[in-house]
Design a protein around this ligand. Structure first.
Ligand code: SAM
Length: 282
C-alpha cells in the first residue's frame, strides 16, 4: 500500500520502512502529519514540510481549514469522552501528538488518563518521543495499524491500557490510507473486538471533494507514488461503526459535532467535506 504521507512511500528513506524497525529518518521528505502540524501552528515540521504544504494549498486552498476544523473536533471529542468517564485512549495513525492531542486534552481533566499513540512513520516516532518526554501516562508505539495483533500486544500498550476497562479507539484521518480492498471495516472491528462494552470508536474522514483529491494526489505524486488516498462520503463511513451504537448527532460534518461557543465560525458548516462520528460499544 502506498501511503501519501505515510511511511511506505517508494523512493524515499521513509518509504523504505517495511516495518516498525526498518528505515532511517530522512527529514528532507515531508510527511502529511507534519504538514498538518504546520497548518495547525505546531512546532514539529520544517522547511520541506512547509514547502510541500504551500504546493498542496494551490490545489486545495481549503485544506488547512479542514485540518483545523478536524483538530478542533478532536478536542471536543476527547472532552466528550472524559466527561463520560473514559480514561483510556488508543490513537491509531496518530500523527504529531501536539495541538489538541488526546493526552493534552485528557490530562487537563485527569492526569491519570492513559493514552497510547500509534504511527508507522519514523519521523513521527521521533517527534512523539520529543513531545511526550517527561509526560506520564502517555506512550508512542511505532507500528503498522494494519497489524492489530502487533499493536495490541506491544508492551507500551499492554503496560498502559487495561482492556478490562473502556477504551476510546480513535482513527482521525487514518482510514483514508486504506483502500476498500484492504478491508478497513474488518480492521476497525478487530480493534473494537479487543475492547470491552462501554468503549468508544471515534472516526473522522475526508469526504469526496475534487480539490481535496487534487491536493492529496499531488502530494502522492511528489513521491512518485500513484494516488492512494480513499476519500469517503458519510454514507460509506457507516459500515465502520458496525457493532457499535452511533451517538448523537450521528456522522456529520465536523463543525456540527457537538459545537462549542468558542469555535471558529463557519458560514455553511453542512458543506464542510470532512465528516466524523462516535460509536459506543454496548
Ligand atoms: C493524515 S495523518 C493524520 C494524523 C492525525 N491522526 C491527525 O489527526 O492529525 C495519517 C497518519 O497515519 C499514519 N499512517 C498511515 N498508514 C499507517 C499505518 N499502516 N500504520 C500506522 N500509521 C499509519 C501516517 O504516518 C500519518 O501520520
Amino acid at each position: 500500500m502506498a501511503l501519501p504521507g505515510g511511511p511506505a512511500q517508494p523512493g524515499s528513506t521513509r518509504s523504505d520502512a517495511a516495518g516498525p524497525d526498518a528505515g532511517e529518518v530522512d527529514v528532507a521528505h515531508p510527511s502529511i502529519a507534519r504538514i498538518r502540524d504546520s497548518w495547525l501552528g505546531g512546532t514539529h515540521h520544517d522547511d520541506a514540510d512547509r514547502g510541500f504544504a504551500d504546493q498542496i494549498v494551490v490545489c486545495a486552498p481549503h485544506l488547512p481549514y479542514l485540518v483545523r476544523a478536524q483538530n478542533a473536533f478532536v478536542r471536543r471529542l476527547v472532552r466528550y469522552l472524559t466527561d463520560r468517564g473514559v480514561r483510556q485512549f488508543l490513537d491509531l495513525g496518530s500523527g504529531v501528538p501536539d495541538i489538541n492531542a488526546a493526552h493534552r486534552v485528557a490530562h487537563e481533566v485527569d492526569p491519570e488518563a492513559k493514552i497510547v499513540y500509534v504511527d508507522l512513520d519514523p519521523t513521527i516516532a521521533q517527534d512523539s518521543a520529543d513531545l511526550l518526554a517527561g509526560t506520564g501516562n502517555a506512550a508512542f508505539v511505532r507500528a503498522d495499524v494494519r497489524r492489530p495483533d502487533e499493536v495490541l500486544g506491544a508492551p507500551e500498550v499492554t503496560d498502559l491500557i487495561d482492556f478490562g476497562e473502556p477504551v476510546a479507539v480513535l482513527m482521525i484521518e487514518f482510514l483514508l490510507h486504506l483502500q476498500d480492498s484492504e478491508n478497513p471495516a474488518g480492521l476497525v472491528a478487530a480493534y473494537m473486538d479487543a475492547v470491552p462494552s462501554g468503549s468508544y470508536l471515534g472516526i473522522s474522514h475526508f469526504s469526496q471533494d475534487d480539490q481535496l483529491h487534487e491536493g492529496l494526489t499531488l502530494f502522492s505524486r511528489m513521491f512518485g507514488a500513484p494516488p492512494a488516498v480513499k476519500l469517503r462520503d458519510p454514507g460509506e463511513l457507516v459500515r465502520f461503526f458496525d457493532g457499535v451504537e452511533i451517538v448523537e448527532p450521528g456522522i456529520v460534518p465536523v463543525p456540527l459535532w457537538h459545537p462549542e461557543p468558542g469555535d471558529e465560525q463557519v458560514r455553511n458548516p453542512e458543506l464542510v467535506r470532512v465528516h466524523a462520528g462516535l460509536g459506543r460499544k454496548v
